[in-house]
Design a protein. Structure first.
Length: 252
């Protein structure tokens, strides 16, 4: 579903992302971790086609993001940390608008909007103006706009930031449901970027950790914690390494 092939991004003398590669299969939910400035957001923007890489490429659902960008982008649903919502629009109207700008045929839009409303638990607030909704419901709308065109891949950046404990539990369950669809529904592959380590432990069977732009961990969570170490301890250990050690280990 997702293949990052040696993705690198350089800004002048700054190498923000350095030869990051990984493969995700259908239905995987992967926690994408790293300290501030590690290159997470840059990597996600390259995966979604918003940012061209200096080197490498990304393949989404069999489509190269930089050789076949239209098909690759249609295969991705993206929720940035600040969802691109229009507070003056009602939920249903906004989703119809998103479906249109994502190129869905007119005859398919109504069904697509209805599907995303149901999957994200928004049917009862479809007529509500987005600006009047709680933070939790606005996050649901943000996820709904990411899935309205039914993409096989979802990239979610801090989907529960600023939510209360009840809302966090609801959004986590929604993400689990999207990756384990019922018959007739699309089973999504999910990359989840977050600073909340318990969130990763709750919903992500696999962890990818980058530091100083390099991938330093890519393993099932159960293997990482088998010896009794917590994810917090693993995160602290790996992000304590200096730049030279990270680059040497990645090259090996």
């Amino acid at each position: 579903m997702i293949e990052a092939r040696g993705l690198s991004k350089r800004y002048g003398d700054l190498l923000a992302v350095d030869r990051v590669s990984f493969i995700l299969q259908r239905g995987e939910v992967v926690g994408f971790l790293g300290p501030n400035g590690a290159g997470k957001t840059t990597t996600m923007r390259m995966l979604t086609g918003f940012l061209p890489p200096t080197d490498g490429t990304a393949v989404i659902d069999g489509h190269d993001m930089f050789q076949d960008p239209l098909r690759a982008r249609r295969a991705v649903g993206y929720l940035p940390e600040s969802p691109p919502l229009y507070p003056e629009m009602d939920v249903q109207g906004y989703l119809r608008y998103v479906a249109a700008i994502k190129g869905m045929p007119r005859r398919e839009r109504a069904a697509a909007v209805e599907r995303s409303l149901e999957r994200c638990g928004l049917a009862q607030v479809r007529r509500r103006v987005i600006g009047t909704l709680s933070k939790g419901y606005r996050q649901r709308v943000g996820i709904a706009q990411a899935i309205v065109h039914d993409p096989p891949v979802l990239i979610l950046d801090e989907p529960t930031v600023g939510l209360d404990p009840v809302q966090i539990r609801e959004i986590r369950q929604l993400i689990k449901d999207l990756a384990s669809a019922r018959p007739g529904e699309t089973q999504h592959t999910v990359i989840l970027s977050t600073h909340i380590l318990p969130e990763v432990e709750a919903i992500c069977p696999r962890v990818i950790l980058i530091h100083h732009g390099c991938k330093v961990v890519d393993a099932p969570l159960i293997e990482l914690t088998r010896d009794g170490h917590t994810l917090e301890e693993i995160f602290a250990r790996e992000t304590a390494r200096d730049v030279a050690a990270v680059a040497e280990g990645d090259a090996a």
